[in-house]
Design a protein around this ligand. Structure first.
Ligand SMILES: [Zn+2]
Length: 285
């Protein structure tokens, strides 16, 4: 069976192909859970194997993505400790992202999405879980973004030149410009925000994340990551803000900036060029 046969099979059975992408995504999500749990604590993501908080090893059948948590009804078999709903949620999110990537993106870009989207999920998950964003996946986002640009120049729309090396070089320039734009933008917003608010407005993690999205999506993607992410962040914080306002209290919560930027970065990867057209049409009308 060749790659072309596989592609034909997938085209004949789109449902089966999407289901396979989803199952693959759920398994990746299961690994991402390990990363989200261990990376902020500086623990190896390879050894030891899966184990419960009480120290008991977890048999592999309870580690089957989604089904493991569902059969256990969110409680550990060994000691009855509750297992965070974050586990099935991360698996489900990753599964759906992989189905979407397979269904809506060209094959080469979908393959890139299999690296890009999981890294975003890890960064968002670490921030939500621990309020701490580890450097490793963040720098990995920037590094893999630059490599992806050279391997798959079409993710930056660079397919115009007949000489493939020229396309690769142009895509790398687009990615580097994205990194520069992301870094500079967040750095300026952070500096101005810190001066105005009198306290640290954004973290270093936000700078690296925006640079990473720029590496994958170009400078427009970096801009959208920051401003689109702010919109997402404000919308998610709005219920709490209104509630505090009604009670006449000071708002205590924080805007989940890293997850919001990750959402914006993912949206742009899927539909960036269409958003540009939408914007141009709106501005021209
Ligand atoms: Zn246990």
């Amino acid at each position: 069976m060749t790659l072309a046969d596989l592609r034909n099979f997938a085209q004949l059975h789109p449902g089966f192909a999407a289901l396979t992408a989803g199952a693959f995504g759920a398994c990746v999500g299961s690994f991402l859970n390990v990363c989200i749990h261990r990376l902020p604590k500086g623990v190896s993501i390879v050894t030891p194997g899966s184990h419960c908080a009480c120290g008991q090893p977890i048999p592999f059948w309870y580690n089957i993505p989604l089904f493991g948590w569902l059969t256990l009804r969110g409680r550990a078999k060994c000691c009855g400790a509750s297992i965070s709903v974050r586990y099935p949620l991360v698996e489900l999110t990753t599964a759906l992202l992989f189905v979407a990537a397979w269904s809506f993106l060209p094959p080469a870009k979908a393959a890139v999405a299999c690296v890009y989207l999981p890294l975003l999920v890890v960064l968002a998950g670490c921030d939500l879980d621990d309020m701490m964003v580890p450097d490793a996946p963040n720098f990995a986002l920037v590094g893999t973004g630059l490599i992806a640009a050279m391997l798959v120049p079409s993710i930056h729309g660079e397919t115009g030149h007949t000489i493939e090396a020229v396309n690769r070089f142009r895509a790398l320039m687009d990615a580097l410009l994205g990194v520069a734009a992301g870094t500079a933008l967040v750095w300026w917003i952070r500096t101005i925000g810190t001066v105005l608010a009198g306290r640290e407005a954004m973290g270093e993690a936000d700078i690296i994340l925006c640079a990473g999205v720029g590496a994958y999506c170009g400078w427009q993607g970096a801009v959208f990551c920051l401003f689109g992410g702010s919109v997402v962040g404000v919308i998610t914080a709005l219920p709490g803000l209104i509630q505090a306002k009604l009670k006449g209290e000071e708002y205590e919560g924080v805007v989940p900036f890293v997850p919001s930027m990750a959402v914006a970065g993912a949206v742009w990867f899927f539909r960036g060029p269409e958003l540009v057209t939408l914007w141009q049409n709106w501005a021209a009308s």
